[in-house]
Design a protein around this ligand. Structure first.
Ligand code: SF4
Length: 196
């Protein structure tokens, strides 16, 4: 086991992103955490899981600490990606998610928190782990609205309906009681952004 590698994120960098809630661009810190990696590993365009390692949950928290060390004294968007799914217990445990949420709240300047996940891991309980972070956004890689292309050529392993259900769970956690028809309209509108 390479201990120093396990305590280092795959990558982290600053750039600017659009902070939709206040309609302006602000600094964004993107962190790719090194975890056990995606369990699916079948998408034809993806080799992210090759960055996976036999890390502990403590290693993951160290990686985040290291990435936040140089964060500026101004409002930022924090995007945390793993080489898989942030809501997958096999990568990030519930306890670790809660600790990350607490760290994000304590920093105070993190105005938006974006994490990426496959839809099958989205549940009210896992979203609850991140309670209190400002403007939580889930990014789900739908890739295409066409089930045939996603299944046959991308081999993504989930349907548009799985994606829609995950989006509905997310919205209900914010107290929004939306119908399937409303969800479909919003998904069409937001499809290119891939975030919920
Ligand atoms: S689910 Fe995501 S991380 Fe996993 S293989 Fe597909 S694109 Fe890559």
């Amino acid at each position: 086991m390479n201990t120093s590698k396990n305590k280092t994120p795959v990558a982290s960098w600053f750039d600017y992103d659009y902070f939709e809630e206040e309609r302006k661009a602000i600094k964004a810190l993107t962190v790719i955490l090194r975890t056990a990696g995606c369990q699916w590993r079948k998408c034809t365009m993806c080799g992210f899981w090759q960055e996976s390692a036999d890390v502990t949950q403590a290693d993951i928290l160290d990686q985040l600490e290291r990435s936040l060390r140089n964060s500026p004294e101004e409002d930022i968007i924090l995007k945390i990606f793993t080489s898989g799914s942030f809501l997958d217990e096999r990568e990030i445990s519930s306890e670790t998610r809660k600790e990350i949420a607490e760290r994000v709240r304590k920093v105070g300047r993190i105005r938006k928190f974006i994490v990426e996940t496959r839809p099958e891991f989205v549940s009210a309980e896992r979203i609850e782990d991140l309670k209190g972070v400002e403007n939580l956004e889930l990014a789900i890689g739908l890739e295409t609205a066409d089930d045939f292309i996603r299944s046959k050529y991308i081999k993504k392993g989930f349907s548009f309906d799985d994606y829609r259900k995950a989006a509905e769970i997310r919205w209900r956690c914010d107290g929004k009681n939306v119908s399937s028809a409303q969800t479909a309209v919003c998904i069409r509108k937001e499809c290119n952004r891939r975030r919920y």
